[in-house]
Unconditional design. Sequence first.
Length: 195
Amino acid sequence: MTSLFDEQGKNIPCTVIELGPCVVTQVRTEEVDGYSALQIGFDDKAEKRVTNAALGHFKKANTVPKKKVVEFQDFEEEYKLGDTLTVELFKEGEFVDVSGTSKGKGFQGVVKRHGFAGVGQATHGQHNRLRAPGSIGAASYPARVFKGMRMAGQMGTDKVKVQNLKVLKVVSEKNLLVVKGAVPGHTNAYVIVEK
């Protein structure tokens, strides 16, 4: 993340996203596939790291293999196989949705994972209980722990979508999109930007 200053001098937190150039690797149609969509590839990959089937798929689009391939439906314009999409699809001031995989945080306890308060005070006989979950079940009936009980466990690496982020700046020479606020994922992670 970084920040920009607006006309009033306010400091706005923002994220810079590299958005292209993306190549159309396949055009899905109603007649052949049963739905219409565009398959778009981003970020070049070495040919020796790709299977022969995938290599043939990219050769048909007359492009080098790509690391990230995603399908998009409901495009306003018509595109052909091998066309290049750039950041100029977006305009300053409009709102976009950004989805990606959130940062992995490993195995976490209930205080960090679910916001529990821990078990009472540090005094009156408490020992190593400040971040404990407390009671998790009932008595002899139902004699089990209910499904969905919030407990310690794996946190992060979830699919997250952040909606309505304002486009602050479009740098078309470097294919950069600057959006207001944070997006999911670590630095250099892949994200999907939709209008």
